[in-house]
Design a protein around this ligand. Structure first.
Ligand code: URA
Length: 435
């Protein structure tokens, strides 16, 4: 078999055979097929696409390129959740304890943030003492005893995806539906999930700019799940504005704790309850989605999820008092700068990527993989879609160190807000369920 023939076949629009896809992925992982050939192939896929069967084979080839995590020592149906990437998305911090409090074991591997996107691991590490490197035994024991553990993604899971994603990032081939779908699903499958709940975002702050594109991506992932025997459902949710009000690690932990206390922002609470209900249902803890939703509401409003969060934090070395007094335990920024509106009108949308970049410039995120971050830094939005603004009113706050130059972050926040002279509803948060 020759790589060039496989590239040509895809370039000319023909479906690839299983052995050809496996040859490419295995050869690339071993370093026998060079980047320039995989780049050409990725571009051919970008233009020609892949059918459902090819996409499922690609997913399986990437899932098999490294370690497959064995979660069989954990009792019950292991349901994982994945978001395709949003700004202010702290749902794992809420959904994890919520579904664990309803009896669904959550054994989660998460990543760090890069650029305008945040990562669950960075958020958890904002809690003093919290550590994300556990042995396999500690990880399993914590899930079996507390119901929840979150660790840093192992370096050995899906090496093919790591290499290919980095290559796609610099060859303009990220936004291809079969490549995104196989990348996301290969990681979930290799991480040992029995069932998967996906949060597929659409809007200005997401990969998929329209709900229709998000639906196509969601269908591709649900189809892969079906092909490989892991029940998968996808929720479509809007990223026409960041989720909640806080963007930045400690600030997001504080907002997640408020939400676990039943006092969170409406959009964040609703999305978390929706995701949790599906996880509880797929985890076979309720016979219908409606009953799963009421179990989730009970766990949230009766304080069970918050108490499980405190146990989870303590089990991973963090200070559990954070759940009662987050402002005393979490790091606080030295300086808070208010960003004032230069316009009047009604807010129509808030560009998530710009808010994420403003948070990064304030010190909350990484410009490159090697950058260090300030856990206390970030942005608090004061106003969201539908709200009315006057010139000079506060739009947002920047939390940062005294040495940070905030001029770029201010401009990004000003640009992020979109105004209209007329009141409007903005886009609804939830765009449907694909199963
Ligand atoms: N997230 C992933 O994990 N992979 C992609 O290709 C895009 C988003």
């Amino acid at each position: 078999m020759r790589t060039v023939d496989i590239i040509q076949k895809k370039r000319d629009g023909f479906p690839l055979k299983e052995k050809e896809i496996r040859f490419l992925i295995e050869g690339y992982t071993r370093g026998e097929i060079p980047d320039y050939q995989l780049s050409a192939w990725a571009m051919a896929v970008y233009f020609q696409g892949m059918n459902a069967q090819e996409t499922a084979i690609l997913t399986d080839a990437m899932a098999s390129s490294g370690e497959r995590v064995d979660l069989s020592p954990i009792h019950g149906v292991k349901v994982d959740k994945h978001s395709t990437g949003g700004v202010g998305d702290k749902t794992t911090l809420i959904v994890g304890p919520l579904v664990a409090a309803c009896g669904v074991p959550v054994a989660k591997m998460s990543g760090r943030g890069l650029g305008h996107t945040g990562g669950t691991i960075d958020k958890l590490e904002a809690i003093p003492g919290f550590h994300v490197e556990l042995t396999r035994e500690e990880f399993i024991t914590n899930v079996n005893t507390i119901g929840l553990s979150v660790i840093s993604q192992s370096g050995n899971v899906t090496p093919a995806d790591k290499k290919l994603y980095a290559l796609r990032d610099v060859t303009a081939t990220v936004d291809s539906i079969p490549l995104i779908a196989s990348s996301v699903m290969s990681k979930k499958i290799a991480s040992g999930a029995d069932a998967i709940v996906l949060d597929v975002k659409f809007g200005s702050g997401a990969f998929m700019k329209t709900k229709e594109e998000a639906e196509t991506l969601a269908r591709a992932m649900v189809e892969i799940g079906r092909e490989v025997g892991r029940k998968t459902i996808a929720i479509l949710s809007s990223m026409e504005q960041p989720l909640g009000y806080a963007v930045g690690n400690a600030l997001e932990v504080k907002e997640a704790i408020a939400t676990l206390n039943g006092k969170g922002p409406e959009d964040l609470t609703e999305l978390c309850l929706t995701l949790s209900a599906w996880m509880i249902y797929l985890g076979k803890k309720a016979p219908t989605i409606e009953e799963a939703r009421s179990l989730a509401e009970q766990a949230l409003y009766e304080g069970k999820a918050l108490s499980l969060f405190a146990d989870f934090v303590a089990a991973q070395g963090g200070n559990p008092i954070v759940s009662e007094k987050p402002e005393e335990v979490l790091p606080q920024a030295k300086r808070v700068v208010q960003v004032l509106s230069r316009e009047r009108g009604y807010i129509m949308g808030i560009h998530g990527e710009k808010v994420g970049l403003a948070a990064m410039k304030s010190g909350a995120g990484r410009e490159t993989k090697e950058s260090s971050i300030d856990p206390s830094a970030g942005v608090i939005l004061y106003k969201k879609s539908g709200d009315q603004m006057e010139v000079g009113q506060c739009l947002a706050e920047i939390h940062c160190d005294s040495a940070i130059d905030v001029s770029q972050a201010i401009e990004l926040l000003i640009e992020a807000y979109e105004f209209s002279p007329h009141p409007g509803e903005g886009s609804p948060l939830l765009g449907g369920v694909i199963q």
